[in-house]
Design a binder for this molecule. Structure first.
Ligand SMILES: NC(=O)c1ccc[n+]([C@@H]2O[C@H](COP(=O)([O-])OP(=O)(O)OC[C@H]3O[C@@H](n4cnc5c(N)ncnc54)[C@H](O)[C@@H]3O)[C@@H](O)[C@H]2O)c1
Length: 359
């Protein structure tokens, strides 16, 4: 029993939910039900609060990411679970850029982690591939590279227009993503690491990746490290995905290669992701966008959001619960409880109910 003088430690973990636009609210509603099921069955000290940041708020109030949002998130929350942002009524995509990039940069979420784990062989477009053969992770540098937003236009709108979009690579930025990828490999019992760049065509920026990789790999002699140019890697992921365990690359190539890899899982509806600042508040999101064409029809695949919720539970210290969510999600696919994009006949809500019943 606690004595009167014992400090009361609040172990409650707090989650900020941002459903967002299009199918975002539909898949986040299912994710919330999954959280509720896990919290009730395992008595976890987890709470969450929803924020209405997205297209509607922007159109109504001209507010994208509120001025104090980053400070408030850092102070009051341990994780963020976000649906998707993007609305055809806002062609500039300004609100989505402000919110997503604002959080990524504001909280320095430098690790983009995308697991590529096949739930069921029947979802993979490659022939005769088993689940065990598609099981790797892609680490994408998340704060620099071609997406750093450095550049400009000169003589804009004239026939002489010049557009410059810089590829920014810093020693600190490259080193920290490489170190995190190696540490992840060691902690998960993974043995193989593939670093990918285009140092043959981009000798300055990606030369830095090469030199940093040469330094960092020496610190992890137990990991078998190799290098592939990004074009070769794209081909190899399709030709023989089983050769990969951990891939680490820059922002631009990580974006493309992880979507290619998501194709091996059955599409974007199956691809979860995390944006991490390890040890600090981090953001979890399904890879897919807001899919406005199917919004409100109860056909959006909630699987990516459910798997993302499992990743978030694991990050918050609930590894068994995260693994359980992933297992039950795979069971749903084995039982063909799937939405139409997976070839099933179930709705978003029905897939969610099936999974929650078993959690
Ligand atoms: N992280 C994000 O919030 C994010 C990511 C990508 C795109 N977007 C935004 O989303 C909007 C639409 O972009 P897009 O069409 O290029 O990409 P998208 O991912 O929304 O859709 C691509 C295709 O996949 C399908 N799809 C996506 N998610 C699905 C799901 N869960 N279940 C079933 N089918 C699914 C869509 O119907 C569409 O055919 C744009 O405004 C874009 O900027 C946002």
């Amino acid at each position: 029993m606690l004595s009167d003088s014992s400090p009361v430690v609040d172990v409650t973990k707090r989650i900020a939910l941002i459903p967002g636009d299009g199918i975002g609210p539909e898949v986040i509603r299912v994710a919330e039900q999954v959280l509720t099921s896990v919290v009730r069955s395992r008595q976890l000290p987890l709470t969450w609060t929803a924020f209405d940041w997205g297209a509607e708020k922007y159109l109504r109030e001209r507010v994208t990411l509120p001025a104090d949002a980053i400070e408030m998130l850092r102070r009051d929350f341990d994780a963020i679970l976000i649906g998707a942002l993007g609305d055809p009524r806002i062609p500039s995509n300004q609100h989505a850029l402000d919110i997503l990039l604002g959080i990524r940069f504001g909280l320095d979420l430098y690790v983009n982690l995308r697991p590529v784990k096949l739930l069921d062989a029947k979802l993979c477009p490659l022939k005769s591939v088993t689940e065990k053969e598609v099981d790797f992770v892609v680490f994408r540098e998340n704060t620099e590279g071609a997406y750093a937003g450095v550049g400009g236009n000169f003589k804009r709108g004239t026939p002489d227009e010049v557009a410059v979009q810089e590829d920014v690579n810093t020693r600190k930025g490259v080193e920290r993503i490489l170190v995190y990828a190696f540490e992840y490999a060691v902690s998960r019992g993974r043995r193989k690491m593939c670093m990918s760049d285009k140092s043959n065509a981009m000798p300055y920026g990606h030369g830095l990746w090469q030199r940093t990789f040469a330094d960092v790999r020496k610190r992890f002699p137990q990991i078998e490290a190799q290098h592939l140019y990004a074009d070769t890697l794209a081909m190899e992921i399709v030709r023989n995905p089983s050769q990969f365990e951990v891939i680490v690359t820059c922002n631009l190539f990580g974006d493309l290669l992880s979507d290619l890899a998501a194709g091996l899982l059955g599409g974007l509806g199956a691809a979860p992701s995390a944006n991490l600042n390890p040890g600090y508040i981090s953001m979890f999101e399904p890879v897919h966008g807001s899919a406005p064409g199917i919004a409100g029809k109860n056909v959006a695949n909630p699987m990516a959001a459910i798997l993302t919720t499992g990743m978030m539970l694991e990050y918050l210290g609930y590894r068994d619960e995260g693994a359980r969510v992933e297992k039950v999600a795979a069971d749903a696919v084995h039982a063909s409880v799937m939405t139409p994009d997976f070839g099933g006949t179930f709705g978003t809500r029905e897939v969610g109910e099936w999974i929650c019943d078993r959690l």
